[in-house]
Design a protein around this ligand. Structure first.
Ligand code: CP
Length: 301
C-alpha cells in the first residue's frame, strides 16, 4: 500500500481499507505481547490546536507501543502560532525535528496545507468541521469486528450532529466502498448531513423512528458540536434532540451495536454503558492498534 499522508477518507481504496484492517489486527496481537520496536529511534510530533483526549493520546500511545518517541504541542497559547507564526512555517520546523506528524486544527483544510509544506508524513487528527480520517478507520475496524461488512446487508444509522460532526463525514465515505451498506442520516434539519457526503438512495430523517432503532445493525451517535455553532439559540433548540436511554437502546437488535466517537455529553446515558449494544469504549480502545498500523505504514516500518 502506497501512502504518503493520511488527510481524507477519499484517499482510501477498498484494497487499502482491507490492508489497514488486516494490519490493525496484527497490531492488536503485537499489543497483547507488549508492543514492538519497529519504530525505535523515530519521533511523532503531535500538534493539537483543538482539545483532544482520545486522538492525541492514542496516537502517542501507538508510537510508544511501536518503540518510538513523542513530542507534543497541546495548547495553542504556548505555541508560536499565538505570536503570529503561520502553519506552513510551524510544519516545516516540526517536520525537521520529527519523523511523522499528527495534527488537529480548528479550520477545515489545514491538514492539507500542512501536508503541502511538511517534509514528513502528516496524519489529519481532525480539521474543524471537515474530516477525521483516522477515526473513520478505527470505526470501520470496530464495525468489522462485529459484522461481516461487505459480505452481508448492513444498515448503518448516523444520529446527532451530522453537519459539524467530522467523524461521520469520513466514516460515510469509507462505508461507500462496501457492498450492501445502507446509510440513514437522522438529525434535525439545521444539522443534517451536508449534501457533499450524501448520495441518492440514502435515507434522510429528522426523527429517530422505531423502525430505525429496530432495524439498524449499527447506530453511530454523535455529540452536538456546541463549539461550532454560530447561533447558540439554534444549538439550544437541537441539543437534546436524541438521548439514548436504556429504554431506547433496548429497542435495538441484540446483534446491533451502538457507537459514538466520544466525548459524549448527555446524548448517551451512563446507564446504557453496561448494555451489550454499547461498544463506544471498545471503539475508542481500537484507536491504538489502528493508529499503530497507520504509523507503521507511513514510516514503512
Ligand atoms: N474521537 C475523538 O476525536 O475524540 P477526542 O476529541 O477526545 O480526540
Amino acid at each position: 500500500m502506497e501512502m504518503q499522508h493520511v488527510l481524507s477518507a477519499d484517499q482510501f481504496s477498498r484494497s487499502d481499507l482491507n490492508h489497514i484492517l488486516s494490519r490493525s489486527a496484527e497490531m492488536e496481537e503485537i499489543l497483547k505481547k507488549g508492543g514492538s520496536k519497529i519504530c525505535d529511534g523515530r519521533i511523532l510530533g503531535a500538534l493539537f490546536y483543538e482539545p483532544s483526549t482520545r486522538t492525541r493520546l492514542s496516537f502517542e500511545t501507538a508510537m510508544m507501543r511501536l518503540g518510538g518517541n513523542v513530542v507534543s504541542e497541546t495548547d495553542v497559547n504556548f505555541s508560536s502560532i499565538t505570536k503570529g507564526e503561520v502553519i506552513e512555517d510551524t510544519i516545516r520546523m516540526v517536520g525537521g525535528y520529527t519523523d511523522i506528524i499528527a495534527i488537529r486544527t480548528k479550520t477545515k483544510g489545514q491538514a492539507n496545507i500542512a501536508a503541502q509544506y511538511s517534509p514528513v508524513p502528516v496524519m489529519n487528527g481532525g480539521d474543524g468541521a471537515g474530516e477525521h480520517p483516522t477515526q473513520s478507520l478505527l470505526d470501520l475496524y470496530t464495525i468489522a469486528k462485529h459484522h461481516r461488512i461487505g459480505d452481508e446487508p448492513l444498515k448503518v444509522a448516523f444520529v446527532g450532529d451530522l453537519k459539524y460532526g467530522r467523524t461521520v463525514h469520513s466514516l460515510a465515505k469509507v462505508l461507500r466502498h462496501f457492498d450492501g451498506v445502507e446509510l440513514s442520516f437522522v438529525a434535525p434539519e439545521v444539522i443534517q448531513m451536508p449534501t457533499e457526503y450524501t448520495q441518492a438512495g440514502d435515507n434522510v430523517s429528522y426523527d429517530l423512528s422505531s423502525e430505525i432503532l429496530q432495524n439498524s445493525d449499527v447506530i453511530y451517535d454523535t455529540r452536538m458540536q456546541q463549539e461550532r455553532f454560530e447561533d447558540m439559540e439554534k444549538f439550544r433548540e437541537v441539543r437534546d434532540s436524541f438521548i439514548f436511554t436504556p429504554e431506547i437502546v433496548g429497542q435495538m437488535k441484540s446483534s446491533a451495536i451502538l457507537m459514538h466517537p466520544l466525548p459524549r455529553v448527555n446524548e448517551i446515558k451512563q446507564s446504557v454503558d453496561a448494555m451489550p449494544q454499547a461498544k463506544y469504549f471498545e471503539q475508542a480502545q481500537n484507536g491504538v492498534p489502528v493508529r499503530m498500523a497507520l504509523i507503521a505504514e507511513l514510516l514503512k516500518a
